[in-house]
Design a protein around this ligand. Sequence first.
Ligand SMILES: Cc1cc2nc3c(=O)[nH]c(=O)nc-3n(C[C@H](O)[C@H](O)[C@H](O)COP(=O)(O)OP(=O)(O)OC[C@H]3O[C@@H](n4cnc5c(N)ncnc54)[C@H](O)[C@@H]3O)c2cc1C
Length: 397
Amino acid sequence: MRVLIKGAGVAGLTAAHELVARGAAVMVAERTQGFANAASWYAGGMLAPWCERESAEEAVLIRGAAAADWWEAVLPAGSVHRNGTLVVAPPRDAAELRRFASRTSGYRSIGAEEIGALEPALAGRFREALFFPEEAHVDPRRALSALRHGLEAQGVVFSGGTIDQGRFDLTVDCTGAARIGEIKGLRGVRGEMLYLQTDEVALSRPVRLLHPRIPLYIVPRGGGLFMCGATMIESDDAGPITARSLMELLNAAYVLHPAFAEARLVETGAGVRPAFADNLPRVMRQANTITVNGLYRHGFLLSPAIAEEVAALAYDVPPIDPSPTPPHKGEGLSSRCDRLQFSAVSPDAKVTAEAEAARPRKPLPPAGRGWGGANSDELEWNEGKHFCFSERRGQDR
Ligand SMILES: Cc1cc2nc3c(=O)[nH]c(=O)nc-3n(C[C@H](O)[C@H](O)[C@H](O)COP(=O)(O)OP(=O)(O)OC[C@H]3O[C@@H](n4cnc5c(N)ncnc54)[C@H](O)[C@@H]3O)c2cc1C
């Protein structure tokens, strides 16, 4: 199967990896030279499904729980740091810690002594914390580069030019926020971040500092480099960080550890997280195009599961519609659900489906309930077959 993947962010590269693993001949089209236009480049790289459950659906926890295993299997040894997450709050915000605890699981409450044992740099600074031992993190920039190099080594061609989609059996659209305005309900959530460098602080794991208005996380990158993030602003503006966001993030970093005041500010940036109203991603098939979008703040966490879904859909579908009609600009995919298919298995698809079933693969996360909606214009979760992030209407939070 010849597959064109549009977009070399985390969604595109993970999908490419899974499709190549199943024998597809893949080409990746990316409109920019490097990764700088991708939200993925600005991510914290936290694989933190238990912490994210504080504001995310159970589905994110279920589907994200195996992400660290996937990344560990795919990236060079030592790329996945499985040191957990530490969540702290200054004594005046102790209520925030209790609120966070009430909405999450998979942690243990710890006191000052254990905080100091886990992170000596924070000894004496916080009286209580939550420790999520199963969580992990990666350096997203290294992860993206490693994925790309691995794909190139397997013959995947990356192209920046115009590509004739007609040469391919399947197109997988992973262009993220670029589809805002084209896919119904897709919006942008701006995330501003910065990199600080200092030898005065050492951390072994992501640390989240709770605050009612300006929560902060700091992810250590090694070599005295720290990624600090991130704002959550309802906007698809990818422009430079604002003075206000910069001040607030730096203030919060200072609260976490005063030595950050002397750190060098080596980079600031902003990425636009593509999101649907319920903040869950979608994998949508329409004729010979699969669209992946809406990864919100969970691109690294959920891409492994999403990529498996893409590959399953790719190899498990009726023959290509000979006269596909792409949606027009401004016409959302979800308004055309009558034309969308999810994992339909026809007799013609049986051979590839059997080949797919025979392929040795990592176990999927445990089965949970799907979240396909009941409305007739929504795509349904294909129970017992794939765990699909299917089209569904949700509530704004
Ligand atoms: C500050 C910040 C922190 C985050 N932290 C985390 C975190 O800790 N953990 C986590 O799991 N997630 C995190 N996220 C979320 C994560 O980064 C996103 O969910 C993810 O990057 C979305 O990936 P994507 O591949 O869909 O989109 P993108 O990464 O935006 O990639 C889309 C790509 O498509 C390309 N493109 C667009 N149009 C075209 C076209 N027509 N042809 C070809 N190419 C095209 C773009 O240039 C881009 O490279 C964070 C996001 C931000 C902004």
